[in-house]
Every structure is written in C-alpha cells, then in structure tokens.
Design a protein around this ligand. Structure first.
Ligand code: FAD
Ligand code: NAD
Length: 472
C-alpha cells in the first residue's frame, strides 16, 4: 500500500496549490484527480483552468477585441476594412491557453515532487483512500497521515431543462461553441450568465437572460447593481427579472423555453440555451457518508475556520466548503491548511476576499455592502465618485461607472469598496490591501494617485467620504 504524508483529493486551484505548498514544506505529497481533458487525457487544474476562470476570460478578451473593432474604433477616427469573425480560431486560442496552463501545473508538480495520481478517489475508514484509475486498471488503496479534500463543485440543473450539449448547455459546453448563436437564452443572470452573455452578445447574438430573482445582482451593492443594470441594458443585454422557467423543449433546429413572470406565461424560441443557475459542492464519488464526514445544512462539507472537518487530520477547502466559490479563496485555504499541517500559524481573512465580474466595464468589490451593514445596524458613511468626472475615463471613452467607499461612521475604517469601472479587477487590489491593513478612508484620501488614471477615482471616493471631493 502506498503511503504519503499528505494526500490531496482534487487538483483545482484549491487542491493543486495545497499540494505544492505541502511539498514545499517538506511533506511527501500526492494529489489525485479525475479530470479528463478535451483530448481524452487526464488534466490538472480542475474547473478553473479547464472550463472556468481561464477559458471564460480568453473568450471575454477575444470578444471584446471584436466588439472594439466593430463598434468602438470609429469614435477614435479609425476606419477598419471588412472585419471577419473566425470563431474556430477563437476557440483554438482558448484551448491553447488552457493546455499551456494545465501542463504548467503538471510541471509545477514535477518540480515540487508532488505525485500526480489520475483517478477517482473514495474515502474509506482508517485514513485511507481507494483510487480507481482514470485510464483503467486495478483500484489501489492509498494511506495518508493527512487528507485534504478539494473536490470542487459542479453546475446546478433545473427541472425540465435537460443538458444535451447540442442545444442546451452548462457553462462548460458554452465555452466550446463553434459558431455564434443567432438567439441565445441564458437561464440565470448571475456571474456566469453575465460573463458568457456578454461574450456572445459582443460576437453578435441576441441574448436574453432569464433571472428568477426580482432584483438584479443581489450579492452586489445596490448602487453598483443599479449602474450595471443601466449599462448592460445600454449594451443590449435583454435581462428579464422575476421569471420562473418551466421547461426547455428542443426541436431539430431550435429550443422553446417556457417561463412565467408577473405578466403570465411566455414561450421563447431560440437556437441555444445556457443554464447558469449556480453550482453545488462535488461529493459524488467521495464516499463522505461511509466515513462519517459531516456536511453542513446546505450540503457542503462542514469545516471550522481553519478548514478542519469533523474527522481528525481530514481537511476540506475550496468550492466544496462554505464561502464564495472563487478560485483565489480556495487557493488561500489550500496554503493555510498546508502551513498548519506543517505546524505553522496561518489563517485566511474571509472578510477581504475580492469579487470580480469580468464584464465591460468590470465589476469588483471587497467587504460589506450598504445592505449588509444596515442589516447589522452598523453606522457608516459613504463616498462615491462617478467615472464621468474622471479625465482618464473621458479619454478612454468611458461615460458610466463609479467607485464607492463605505467607512465606519465613527472610526472611519474602510468596511467595503465597490466599483464598476474598466480594470476594476486590478483596481480592487488597492482596496484589499487597504482593508487588510485596517486603513481608514482618510488614509486612502491622503495617498498620492497617478494622474490621469482610473485609480484617482478611488482617491476621490475616499475624499467624498468626508465631503472633500475635488473634481465634482
Ligand atoms: P475545482 O476547480 O472544481 O476542482 C476540483 C477537482 O477535483 C476537479 O478536477 C474534479 O474533477 C476533481 N474531483 C472531484 N471529485 C473527485 C474525486 N472523488 N476524486 C478525484 N478527483 C475529484 N472563480 C474565480 O475566482 N474567478 C473567475 O474568473 C472564475 N470564473 C469562472 C467561470 C466559470 C465558467 C466557472 C464555472 C467558474 C468560475 N470560477 C471563477 C469559479 C472557480 O472555477 C472555482 O471557484 C474554482 O475552480 C474552485 O476550485 P476548487 O479547487 O475548489 O475546485
Ligand atoms: P450565481 O450564483 O452567480 O448566479 C446564478 C443566478 O441564477 C442567480 O442570480 C440566481 O438567482 C439565478 N437562478 C437560480 N435558479 C434559477 C432559475 N431556476 N431560473 C432563473 N434563474 C435562476 O451562479 P453562476 O453564475 O452559475 O456561477 C456559479 C459560481 O461560479 C458563482 O457563484 C461564482 O462563485 C463562480 N464564478 C465566478 C466568476 C468570477 O469570479 N468572475 C465567474 C463565473 C463563476
């Protein structure tokens, strides 16, 4: 029987990072993962690298270039000749990026001496795991002093909407479209719905998003959600709130989506459907019940603040446990668990995990929203700066967007930073650092920001918290 100091189950951004860090700290480490890539061979990187963060951003980037050439360059006095769209080339570019990154993790494993085992892991009593090899062969039993579960998540489905990968897709299938849908219905106007809806809208589809909630982007700050709503409507995304999807029926060359809203029953003909209604923890093959692994009330593996489960020396990290389903959250939990196994003090500050939605403009936030603070009866003040008043934004042709800072009414400590702005995915890092160092709004307002830059809007929003804005 093979024995390791640490066995990591799952090689997504939570698991592979945990495995690398364990190995760096001198632990004999193996990582077992059952992902099979598009070429039919085992691949590392999990959802994030294969069908999540990376491929979606590749499509977002390509589609934004197409949109710029076809819709934006004219305003700069640039006339392009006939512009053609090669979806196959975009898809091939996306696949190349994915392969280079998944192979990159393979090299990192080799370099750090992490043993990669391609197979499905099932926990069995006594700190043991049975692995069924992905490419056939006998199952083997592996023993490990510590087990880190990082099995991730899978897409949720809804009744009467059957994923067939021909006309009705999960996000994974929608990253492999070989042509632009004429009319695309996306069920769910959350993060995936907005990102993939934006991709196909930019490439020429008519895009209709059917959202169950009555409010738009409920997890974001209301002011940001309102601004995003106006901007996405302006871009032509047809977002319908308060809808209840009843069914999707496929015909030879179309799909009929039936849904209800307050006006009654509707039938919507389209040529493709993407279902993006959230994700659920992946426990399918793990054997959680057999070993008595405790789940929480929402079906995630129950963990304490250090990602310890109810079983001794068994930890769980990433999408399979509570908290936002974000790659960087999982990776940081992986580092923390590895360091704690090695006897170090480590923790993850869940209050400063940044969120980004990669639309154009991007949406990003860290910390609390106004709604959350009001619910907690916490007194706060806000400062907002609209990008319409930013010189850099004007030069870039940006007319919408804003940056908002929320600070404690008494101490001035920053409690949340929210933005809809070009480059928000990078700008938010300043807010994360500020919050990690317990900065006040005044601290930010006294830091020199380069001119002209979008980051000046952070400076101005901080000044606005004290009614001292200079440019509005
Ligand atoms: P995963 O990445 O899901 O990896 C889990 C791995 O475990 C998989 O390889 C799986 O095959 C394997 N596994 C499961 N069960 C077993 C078993 N029993 N035995 C062996 N192996 C097993 N997050 C961001 O932060 N930024 C983004 O821009 C972003 N974009 C996204 C876009 C899309 C379309 C999607 C779907 C997700 C996106 N996410 C994004 C979310 C991000 O992908 C996840 O939060 C992240 O992948 C979670 O990492 P993980 O390691 O916990 O799980
Ligand atoms: P989500 O929770 O962001 O959005 C799902 C949306 O579907 C919600 O608005 C929900 O109200 C709606 N919905 C649920 N059931 C519905 C139904 N029956 N009909 C219509 N609408 C319905 O989930 P997602 O977009 O599927 O993404 C899953 C997770 O993946 C995200 O929560 C996020 O953690 C992660 N992700 C992150 C990024 C990023 O960081 N940029 C990108 C993509 C995905």
């Amino acid at each position: 029987m093979k024995k390791f100091d640490v066995l990591v189950i799952g090689a997504g951004p939570a698991g592979y990072v945990a495995a690398i860090r364990c190995a760096q700290l001198g632990k004999i480490t193996a990582c077992v993962d059952c992902w099979i890539g598009k070429d039919g061979k085992p691949a590392l990187g999990g959802t994030c690298l294969n069908v999540g963060c990376i491929p979606s951003k590749a499509w977002l980037e390509s589609s934004e270039y197409y949109h710029e050439v076809t819709h934006k360059l004219g305003a700069h006095g640039i006339k392009a000749g006939e512009v053609t769209l090669d979806v196959a080339a975009m898809l091939a570019r996306k696949d190349k990026i994915v392969t280079s990154l998944t192979k990159g993790v393979e090299s990192l494993f080799k370099k750090n001496k992490v043993t990669w085992i391609a197979g499905k892991a099932r926990m069995i009593p006594g700190q043991k795991v049975e692995v069924t090899p992905s490419l056939g062969g006998e199952a083997e039993i592996i023993e490990a002093e510590h087990i880190i579960i990082a099995t991730g998540s899978s897409a949720r489905h809804i009744p009467n909407v059957l994923i067939d990968d021909k006309r009705i897709f999960e996000s994974a299938g929608a990253l492999d479209f070989t042509s632009v849908p004429r009319k695309l219905v996306v069920i769910g106007a959350g993060v995936i719905g907005l990102e993939l809806g934006s991709v196909w809208k930019r490439l020429g589809s008519e895009v209709i998003l059917l959202e169950a909630m009555d409010s738009f982007l409920a997890m974001a700050d209301d002011q940001i959600a309102d601004e995003a709503w106006k901007e996405f409507k302006r871009q032509g995304l047809d977002i319908r709130l308060g809808t209840r999807v009843l069914s999707a029926t496929t015909k030879e060359d179309s799909v009929t989506v039936r849904y209800q809203d307050e006006k009654g029953d509707h039938a919507l003909e389209c040529d493709r459907v993407i279902v993006a209604v959230g994700r659920k923890p992946m426990l399918q093959w793990l054997g959680a019940a057999e070993v008595g692994l405790e789940l929480d009330e929402r079906g995630y593996i129950h963990v304490d603040e250090f990602c310890g489960t109810n079983l001794p020396n068994v930890y769980a990290i990433g999408d399979v446990v509570r908290g936002p389903m974000l790659a960087h959250k999982g990776s940081e939990e992986g580092v923390m668990v590895a360091e704690r196994i090695a006897g170090e003090e480590a923790r993850v500050n869940h209050d400063t995990i940044p969120w980004v939605i990669y639309t154009a403009p991007e949406i990003a936030w860290v910390g609390k929203t106004e709604k959350q603070l009001k619910a907690a009866a916490r007194k706060f003040k806000t400062g907002v700066f609209p990008l319409a008043a930013s010189g850099r934004a004007k030069a870039m042709g940006i007319t919408s967007g804003l940056i908002k800072i929320i600070a404690d009414a008494k101490t001035d400590r920053i409690l949340g930073v929210h933005m809809i702005a070009p480059g928000a995915s990078e700008l938010i890092a300043e807010a994360v650092v500020a919050m990690e160092f317990a900065a006040s709004a005044e601290d930010l307002s006294r830091i020199v920001h380069a001119h002209p830059s979008i980051s000046e809007a952070i400076h101005e929003a901080a000044l606005a918290v004290h009614g001292r804005t200079l440019h509005i």
